[in-house]
Write a protein that binds this ligand. Structure first.
Ligand SMILES: C[C@@H](O)[C@H](NC(=O)OP(=O)(O)OC[C@H]1O[C@@H](n2cnc3c(N)ncnc32)[C@H](O)[C@@H]1O)C(=O)O
Ligand SMILES: Nc1ncnc2c1ncn2[C@@H]1O[C@H](COP(=O)(O)OP(=O)(O)OP(=O)(O)O)[C@@H](O)[C@H]1O
Ligand SMILES: [Fe+2]
Length: 587
């Protein structure tokens, strides 16, 4: 099958021919280059009306010269997300062409196309997908016929966050390549690894935020910090955040493949960090060649061909564009097979052995009580099991700047020790903290539960309800967890876990869960003190995101979680949660 694809969501007017038989892609693109500032929607739309017919004609002529008048079997177009006026031009051109050629029309989601091109080229079965584009930034994983959003930016897209800084310093659009060049100049002129200017680093579970970092970089520039140093530091912070959340998504889903897509993925430093992170955890990494990363019609044609082959075409009257088209709205008709979270048993590290686990940040060693030499692996006796301990060490991450690495490991170790204990005092079941070794970023904790909630979700409505109650109690005490995923909740009565929900006393006795449904919260490294409704709502959002990412039937679980929260906590938080959920991030 041969498919002609058309792209024009914002700045790149592009047409492409994908020939499935030879797996070859011809792309013709004509970018819109604003004279000043960022993308002006009206100018961009004018550019599309001129340039789209030209690139389409070029590709069509090339196709017909080679394959005759029946060269094209289907026309695919980017239906959204993007700028409305641009999308309308693309939609009109695609409908007219499909009509004239009398071939089916395929409406493609631009974000899914950014990721499917990587899956197509890598041959990966079931990767986690990181999209790092201009207007967006998110992690997707396939699950039961949809791409689920595992994590995403809470505000700006990653390219836009970088471009906001370059506009402030007076550089032309797009800023990304200029930041990359300036950062490289700075690194080359500095002693390795280059002095880092401290900027906000905001990660909540697998979600993240860039608004603070853009403004902080702008302010630092106004205060006289050198632009090269800021470009370098901006990249180090922003890309470390993206790499960290990608690693957390791999850890949560148990996947061992990562693909990258989007315009910012052209950045060498981002690719280097992701590839280093994947190598360290034994995962495979693929980034397509640059012509498939920035906006281009090649990715639209390739996904369009898969959709057309699956019969996923659209009648012309139903082919309306959608400027807010989210990737998780797309029924994935062109692939079957395993969900990303089923690649490996959730809750297991690469070795799968109980004595040696790895989360996204730390290695976790399980030892018999009093024996911290690491000898307490399998074959423990029951009495050992009662005071098993966990030695959690935040290992240095090669991918991130050593100064940032040191700060994050130290701050999170301190926060985890302090807030695990504070939460416990507030009646939330958490492990006892036996020892804190800040210089080595190592904690010795009580072993709780007998499995992760990620492995005990199905049929676990009472378990998630109890997580709702725990979070409400935690919030009442002025603390948010920061990373309440299904991997950070332990379930069951293993170790001394059963005591933690009753021993804590107070309202938790009212939980009255069966032994097996008892839950405890762990991993307080991203926890902090706050009274803000927004921060609390984010906690709920992160938990629900991780349930969606891993459960077969998430809706009843989420409902039960919210009922649990409502029983103890504040209705304002649930109300704000609906607000957070409804925020369109595809403008
Ligand atoms: C909806 C759609 O229109 C939108 N498209 C888009 O954002 O264009 P894309 O080609 O994927 O990405 C452009 C962004 O990619 C950044 N960029 C390009 N080269 C870069 C580089 N070497 N380093 C960092 N950023 C780079 C640019 O600064 C710009 O912000 C999207 O995919 O979100
Ligand atoms: N106190 C504990 N009792 C029992 N098991 C634990 C305990 N602490 C950690 N684990 C196990 O080790 C895994 C990783 O621990 P943890 O989540 O603290 O590390 P992490 O690297 O910070 O993880 P991530 O950032 O991916 O959430 C947990 O999912 C859990 O299976
Ligand atoms: Fe894009």
């Amino acid at each position: 099958m041969r498919v002609l694809g058309i792209e024009g969501t914002a700045w790149c007017a592009s047409a492409a021919l994908y020939d499935a038989e030879t797996d070859s892609v011809l792309i013709e693109s004509n970018p819109y280059e604003p004279d000043s500032g960022g993308i002006h929607p009206r100018e961009a739309a004018e550019h599309m009306s001129e340039a789209i017919p030209e690139v389409v004609d070029e590709v069509l002529a090339a196709a017909e010269a080679q394959h005759g008048p029946d060269a094209i079997d289907a026309v695919a177009f980017s239906k959204g997300p993007g700028l409305g006026p641009c999308l309308r031009t693309v939609g009109t051109a695609a409908r007219a062409l499909a009509g004239a050629l009398d071939v089916p029309l395929v409406g493609v989601n631009h974000m899914v196309a950014h990721l499917e091109i990587g899956r197509h080229q890598s041959g990966f079965e079931n990767p986690v997908c990181l999209n790092a584009s201009g207007a967006n930034a998110h992690l997707l994983g396939y699950h039961d016929g949809r791409y689920r959003v595992l994590g995403e930016t809470m505000d700006a897209g990653v390219g836009n966050a970088i471009d906001k800084f370059t506009r402030h310093v007076g550089w032309d659009h797009p800023g990304g390549p200029k930041v990359e060049a300036a950062a490289r100049r700075y690194a080359e002129a500095s002693d390795d690894p280059g002095e880092l200017f401290d900027l906000p680093y905001v990660v909540k579970g697998m979600d993240f935020s860039f608004s603070g970092i853009s403004s902080a970089a702008n302010d630092a520039y106004d205060d006289g910090t050198s632009v090269e140093e800021l470009c370098f530091s901006l990249q180090e912070h922003v890309f470390a955040m993206l790499t960290e959340v990608s690693e957390r998504a791999l850890s949560l889903t148990g996947a061992d493949e990562l693909v990258l897509g989007g315009g910012v993925a052209q950045n060498d430093r981002l690719r280097e960090m992701l590839s280093s992170m994947c190598a360290a955890r034994g995962a495979e990494f693929h980034a397509p060649e640059p012509r498939f990363l920035r906006d281009n019609a090649g990715m639209i044609a390739v996904l369009g061909e898969k959709m057309a082959r699956a019969g996923d075409t659209v009648p012309i009257p139903e082919s309306a564009i959608d400027p807010n088209f989210r990737p998780d709205q797309v029924p994935v008709t062109w692939r079957s097979g395993e969900s990303v979270a089923r690649g490996r048993a959730p809750g297991e590290g690469t070795s799968g052995s109980d004595a040696d686990r790895r989360g996204a940040e730390a290695t976790v060693e399980i030892v018999a009580g009093g024996d911290e030499s690491g000898g307490g692996g399998d074959g423990r006796s029951d009495s050992d099991a009662l005071d098993r301990r966990v030695i959690k060490r935040r290992v240095p991450k090669e991918y991130r700047h050593p100064a940032l690495d040191r700060t994050l490991r130290r701050d999170r170790t301190v926060a985890e020790a302090r807030l695990t204990s504070e939460a416990r005092r507030a009646g939330v079941p958490t492990p006892l903290v036996y020892d804190t070794d800040v210089p080595n970023a190592t904690l010795t904790l009580q072993y709780v539960g007998d499995r992760d909630l990620a492995a005990a979700l199905d049929g676990g409505t009472e378990r998630v309800a109890s997580v709702g109650r725990h979070l409400a109690r935690l919030h009442d005490a002025g603390i948010v967890h920061g990373d309440p995923t299904t991997r950070n909740v332990r379930v069951g009565a293993g170790g001394s876990g059963e005591r933690s929900s009753t021993e804590a006393g107070g309202p938790s006795a009212a939980d009255a869960a069966t032994v097996d449904d008892r839950t405890a919260l762990i991993d307080f490294g991203l926890a902090y003190h706050t009274g803000h409704v927004e921060d609390r709502a984010m906690d709920l959002h992160v938990f629900e995101g991780s349930v969606r990412a891993t459960a077969t039937d998430p809706d009843p679980l989420i409902e039960s979680f919210e009922t649990g929260y409502a029983a103890v906590g504040d209705d304002d938080v649930l109300e704000r949660l609906r607000d957070v959920r409804g925020r369109g991030r595809y403008r």
